[in-house]
Ligand binder design. Structure first.
Ligand code: UDP
Ligand code: MG
Length: 325
């Protein structure tokens, strides 16, 4: 006799201009929900929640139509494009009202949907956070692979600990989401924040496929922005590095001063215009760089003190339910 209540699963899927992809992947997600249901692992009330991130194409129309035809599909719409991280957050916070576990996944079919089986198993075994980790990146182009793997290494070097090759394909329990809701920061870097929440976690490994259709919305520029955001949101190592750099140059300058003094006293001074210029430029450059990094942090503080809403939901495909469980 199975007295344990089966968990209600909500699959949270951010979508931005995905009209080409959604009609192909939506049935793949509902198939997975069905297969998990029929193997008795999840509750009948499990759903797929799409988050339209202010798409400019027909994405919201497709989501609304899916929701009308099939009760397994739900959709919420952000009031404008706020970026992938905010869309995922909006979806998780919405899903948290109705479910026991969420799995976040991209809508482009790149992440192996079947890995959800193992994720749910890991949850049933006691893990509250299950990270989806890419095995290898053979389907990515050399450039994407190189930049993406460099991203994780650089992040760790800079003191922002992230699970290597884990993006945002992740199972999170409601308990963890309740704790996570207290992380009020505006600068989101979800994959670095969940390890901070704690709770028992594990990893599931999968192969990453190619995008089913359309193009990546994460070009190098956005990836660099994400890496930068991740580092400055999670770590103060860059500021500390600046302090050490400052100390190092202070010592060098001090030694240089003594050397200059001794040289002039012993009458060895030469017309050193070039070397003076070099030093001025070099020090000026270093100072500007350091100011820039410090400025980044001040910018972050500025944004955090405003505490603007991290997402605004403008529409839903369903009525707000009191308690759906
Ligand atoms: N996405 C989003 N808002 C954005 C950009 C992307 O919600 O501003 C979604 C997108 O629809 C997809 C996921 O985030 O489901 C990942 O984006 P993409 O596949 O373009 O990135 P990649 O897999 O190439 O890193
Ligand atoms: Mg993708």
């Amino acid at each position: 006799m199975d007295t344990l209540k089966k968990p209600v699963l909500y699959i949270v899927i951010p979508c931005y201009n995905e009209e080409e992809v959604l009609p192909v992947t939506a049935p793949m997600f509902s198939e997975e929900i069905e297969s998990l249901k029929s193997s008795g692992k999840i509750d009948e009330k499990s759903r797929i929640l799409f988050v339209n991130d202010g798409s400019k194409d027909r994405t919201w129309k497709i989501i609304s139509d899916l929701a009308k035809k099939d009760e397994r599909f739900l959709g919420i719409c952000q009031s404008r494009n706020r970026g992938h991280q905010n869309a995922v957050l909006a979806g998780m916070m919405e899903a948290k009202k109705y479910c026991d576990i969420t799995i976040t996944i991209d809508c482009d079919g790149q992440d192996d949907i079947k890995a959800m089986d193992e994720m749910v198993d890991a949850y049933l075994d006691g893990s509250e956070v299950v990270y989806g980790v890419r095995k290898k990146r053979t389907t990515d182009t050399f450039f994407k692979r190189f930049t993406a793997e460099g991203f994780y290494k650089f992040m760790n070097f800079m003191g922002a600990e992230v699970v290597f090759n884990h993006a945002d394909y992740r199972l999170v329990s409601k308990r963890v989401l309740d704790a996570f809701a207290d992380f009020k920061e505006v600068n989101l870097f979800l994959r670095g924040m969940f390890p901070l929440v704690g709770f028992k976690s594990s990893s599931v490994y999968y192969d990453r496929a190619e995008r089913i259709a359309g193009e990546s919305h994460y070009p190098l520029s956005k990836m660099l922005a994400l890496a930068f955001n991740g580092i400055t949101s999670l770590s103060i190592k860059p500021i500390r590095m600046i302090t050490f750099l400052g100390m190092f140059f202070a010592i060098v300058s001090f030694v240089g001063m003594i050397w200059a003094l001794v040289s002039s006293l012993t009458g060895h001074t030469v017309a050193g215009w070039a070397s003076t210029m070099c030093i001025i430029c070099f020090m000026g450059g270093i100072q500007l760089l350091c100011l820039g990094v410090i400025g980044e942090y001040i910018g972050k503080i500025y944004m955090e003190t405003k505490a603007r809403p991290r997402y605004i939901i403008s529409e839903k495909t369903y009525e707000e339910k009191e308690d759906d469980k």
